[in-house]
Design a protein around this ligand. Structure first.
Ligand code: RFL
Ligand code: PHB
Length: 393
């Protein structure tokens, strides 16, 4: 089998790339290790930046997002028993949409299937071959599908296979530089049948640890609280979860979060990670395959989308004009936004979480910083520009 662009991974990065290339008349095949049902039901991100929304709309993928997603013009920071608003739209002219990642995935899969796009689920034993830069190199992806060993020949291989994929590791270690910070805490996430506690997201800093109140729909809410990454979901009864969330988020004026039936619990670890370069010969990496951010800044999915935007322009220039320059500078272009988001996500994480080494002095510094970003218009604007993704890079 042959195609122009062989894509590994049907996450937001791989599916969106395949769809955008199709709109520009470029063929691709997407190989995914999991089943369609699995990728369409895994609960992950929720916040889409304006640039992500614009791109999905331009690509004809925005109908359900506009109908079912919720446009948010601000969010709140809770600390010291009170809540202060960051007025995103007033400060930046931009907004965000809360629309679950697995709904984006469903929209993308439907678009690929409607366009007869080649999308293979449940593949295994994926390996990458002959992607060196020489003109006569013919990149190939070997894989197993429906009990047969298969081979896909292509002009380029794009690794969109997330943080645990095989693509990044196919680049020789001697050519790569990895940067990493692992945080000594995780997020306990729950899905709750309840009305929203608040009109906007709430990021809370408390001496007991961080908490986040987000939403999925008028009847389903998403909440997180900082926990030990080695903790297990079973160790947390519903009562214990609500007690912890009330302690961290409720405000001194008597306002409380709204409880409901918890129907899903999970724990995720937190790390910051960048692998560079994001390319090697005819292999390119996009999204979590190349970089990870802690979820505090809501940037991961949006970064995957911005990589794909840069890569689509580069591949289009190659196929339509024979130009190589944008492909050659892909890493440099993509990493500017990546490092901006890495810094922002680390900064938000550090400002809002209980850190292992936080002395009482540093705890007061966190509060001083929160006071500053919620009272200085300049500081609030810097935060807001980073959050909505309109910050200059
Ligand atoms: P994905 O989504 O991990 O997709 C990779 C796909 O590749 C497949 N795969 C393979 N396929 C074939 N062969 C192999 N050898 C393969 N190995 C892996 C996998 O099965 C999978 O389907 O990567 P992608 O496309 O780069 O997308 C990245 C985003 O998923 C990720 O950054 C976000 O979910 C991060 N994130 C958030 N991002 C935001 O922008 N806003 C948020 O509000 C937000 N909240 C979050 C988050 C991530 C979270 N977790 C679970 C870490 C909240 C949480 C709790
Ligand atoms: C979510 O709704 O899942 C969510 C929202 C904001 C974040 C992270 C996750 O920063």
């Amino acid at each position: 089998m042959r195609t122009q662009v062989g894509i590994i991974g049907a996450g937001p990065a791989g599916l969106l790339l395949s769809h955008l290339l199709h709109l520009r008349g470029i063929d691709s095949v997407v190989l995914e290790a999991r089943s369609q049902n699995d990728i369409e039901s895994t609960i992950r991100a929720g916040v889409l930046e304006q640039g992500t929304m614009d791109l999905l709309n331009e690509a004809g993928l925005g109908a359900r997002m506009q109908a079912e997603g919720a446009l948010h013009h601000g969010f709140e920071l809770a600390f010291e028993g009170q809540r202060r608003r960051i007025a995103l739209t007033e400060l930046t002219g931009h907004a965000i949409t809360v629309y679950a990642q697995h709904e984006v995935i469903k929209d993308l899969v439907a678009a690929r299937i409607a366009a007869d796009g080649a999308l293979k689920f449940d593949v295994s034993n994926v390996s990458l071959h002959d992607f060196d830069a020489s003109a006569d190199a013919k990149p190939r992806i070997k894989y197993r599908h429906e009990d047969r060993d298969e081979e896909l020949e292509c002009d380029f291989i794009i690794g969109c296979d997330g943080s645990q994929g095989v693509a990044r590791g196919s680049i020789p270690a001697a050519l790569r530089q990895d940067y990493q910070k692992v945080y000594p805490f995780g997020w306990f996430g729950i899905l709750v049948e309840a009305p929203p506690s608040s009109d906007e997201l709430i990021y809370a800093r408390h001496d007991r640890g961080f908490a986040l109140i987000s939403t999925r729909s008028p009847g389903v809410q998403r909440m997180y609280f900082q926990c030990d990454p080695k903790d297990t979901a079973d160790a947390w009864s519903d009562d214990r979860i609500w007690a912890e969330l009330h302690a961290r988020v409720d405000t001194a004026d008597g306002w409380q979060i709204t409880e409901g039936k918890i129907f899903q619990k999970n724990i995720v670890g937190m790390r910051s990670f960048v692998s560079t370069p994001m390319q090697c010969g005819k292999l390119f990496l996009a999204g979590d395959a190349a970089h990870i951010v802690p979820p505090t800044g809501a940037k991961g999915l949006n970064l995957a989308v911005s990589d794909v935007k840069v890569l689509t322009a580069a591949l289009t220039a190659f196929y339509k004009e024979g130009a190589n320059d944008k492909l050659a500078s892909y890493t440099e272009t993509a990493l500017k936004r990546v490092w901006r988001a890495e810094h922002f996500s680390w900064w938000m994480t550090r400002m809002l979480h209980k850190l292992d080494d936080t002395s009482p002095f540093e705890q007061r510094l966190q509060v001083a910083e929160l006071e500053h970003v919620t009272t200085s218009r300049a500081a609030a604007t810097a935060l807001a520009e980073n959050y909505v993704g309109s910050v200059a890079v």
